[in-house]
Design a protein around this ligand. Structure first.
Ligand code: UDP
Length: 428
């Protein structure tokens, strides 16, 4: 055997491994109120869960070890779950497991202590990445206690919700302002969110970075429409699709009114998702009542929340995705549909302004006018050639959004932040 093939002594292998492990960046991802392991589409689980799960998984693949801290929300959860190498979820006890979301501000301190103790006991971290304002409050405190840089992603902002008729308590607004004033970097999913951070929170421009999320192209890609329809036992009539948590903000009522405006008794509206938030169950009852009043109840099919990747069958089977949200920091479902070659008709708000190119990948509607939604849906249904063009352009547009790009950008950002002093807090 030549010298080239001499096996390395055992201790040398261990030393090499230790050196490369030492070089690995570590991020503590804080996700206090909802777990990346939860089923999205109902309760408190939605885009943020998908974001944390896909992001931390992709970060692991570019060599960043991520520990995600979630409040223990069920008594039988394991203390730690190794999701894959480089991605683990740690459940931190803080208050009774079944606390409603409205009571979570009262346990932030206990949660924060638990996260800090775990970080310290496991050798530290390079950077904190907080998701949503509750986690931001925890991250802000740990930033000062351990002198670490803080990256914040808000997912939704109270002042944005208030602008569109969903007011939130002043305590949340104040807390968001504090976190914004002390984040080393505030991540915006799209230009619209960056603009909202500046306009509504006076966020310092030089601390905002726009880093869009991605989409899992291995699952979300164009496919056979006929096969998908057979799998879902759908007939030949037009299929309108709505995917998301059912709460007033998401506008399922507009989708139902659009179905009624369309006036096609062969059309079906599939609504995939479950009740969410304090008003969720009342909203389900309200939209069912509305469908009944508009005489389209038998054309409406409510589908229980589906495992994330199985949604591709729904996107492939449908003719159009409706996203009539009042506000949307990004709108992952619009991107997933586009990746499957499905045209999207969406409200002209937030990240949907980036994701839906008017007349090229679908249509954007200003305001909450079901007649306009129905007009665009009819335009798509009437002309299969045009629908195909929209779908092809949508799929090509979606190719530019990948989780690996998002992860590489964050890996660079974390490394830069780890190499310098955390920024001081400023009043915003
Ligand atoms: N989702 C899911 N199963 C469902 C309904 C929704 O996996 O039954 C996922 C959907 O694929 C998307 C996320 O939940 O990734 C919703 O994200 P979006 O940004 O559209 O809305 P958010 O929940 O953040 O308000």
């Amino acid at each position: 055997m030549s010298a080239l093939f001499t096996p390395a002594p055992q201790n040398q292998i261990h030393n090499d491994m230790a050196t490369s492990a030492d070089r690995r960046k570590r991020v503590a991802v804080i996700s206090l109120h909802t777990s990346p392991l939860s089923q999205p589409g109902t309760g408190d689980a939605g885009g943020m869960n998908v974001y944390v799960r896909e992001l931390v998984s992709s970060l692991a693949q570019v060599g960043v070890a991520g520990t995600t801290y979630v409040r223990r929300w069920h008594p039988e959860l394991a203390d730690e779950v190794e999701v894959e190498p480089g991605f683990r979820v740690v459940h931190i006890p803080a208050g009774p497991t079944d606390l409603p979301k409205e009571a979570l501000p009262g346990v932030i301190d206990e949660f924060t202590d638990g996260v800090r103790e775990h970080i310290t006991a496991t050798g530290g971290t390079d950077v904190l990445h907080a998701n949503y304002w509750l986690s931001g409050v925890a991250g802000h405190r740990i930033k000062h206690e351990l002198d670490l840089p803080l990256v914040s992603t808000f997912h939704t902002l109270a002042r944005v919700k208030a602008e569109t008729g969903d007011p939130e308590p002043q305590t949340r607004i104040d807390a968001e302002s504090d976190v914004i004033g002390c984040s080393d970097v505030i991540l915006a999913n799209a230009e619209a969110e960056a603009e909202q951070l500046r306009r509504l929170y006076n966020a310092p421009s030089d601390r905002i970075q726009i880093v869009p999320p991605g989409v899992g192209h291995a699952f979300f890609s164009p496919g056979n429409k006929g096969g998908a329809r057979r799998a879902l036992e759908l007939g030949a009539g037009p299929v309108l699709l709505f995917v998301g948590r059912i709460q007033p903000l998401k506008g399922l009522d507009i989708a139902i009114q659009t179905l009624a405006e369309l006036g096609d008794p062969t059309a079906t509206l599939l609504a995939v998702g479950g009740a969410s938030g304090a008003e969720g169950q009342a909203e389900v009852e309200r939209v069912l009542h509305l469908a009944d009043q508009l005489d389209v109840l038998d054309q409406l099919v409510l589908v229980d929340p589906q495992p994330h990747h199985e949604l591709s069958t729904f996107y492939r089977a449908a003719d159009v995705l409706l996203v009539p949200s009042r506000s949307e920091s990004f709108g992952l479902v619009a991107l997933e549909a586009a990746a499957c070659g499905l045209p999207v008709v969406a409200s002209d708000v937030g990240g949907l302004r980036t994701l839906v190119q008017h007349g090229r990948t679908g249509y954007r509607v200003d305001g909450r006018n079901p007649e306009l939604y129905a007009k665009y849906v009819a335009t798509i249904l009437r002309d299969p050639g045009h629908a195909e063009d929209l779908g092809r352009t949508a799929a090509a547009m979606a190719q530019t959004f990948t989780w690996s790009t998002t992860a590489r950008r964050l890996e660079t950002l974390y490394s830069e932040l780890a190499a310098r002093q955390p920024v001081p807090c400023v009043a915003v």
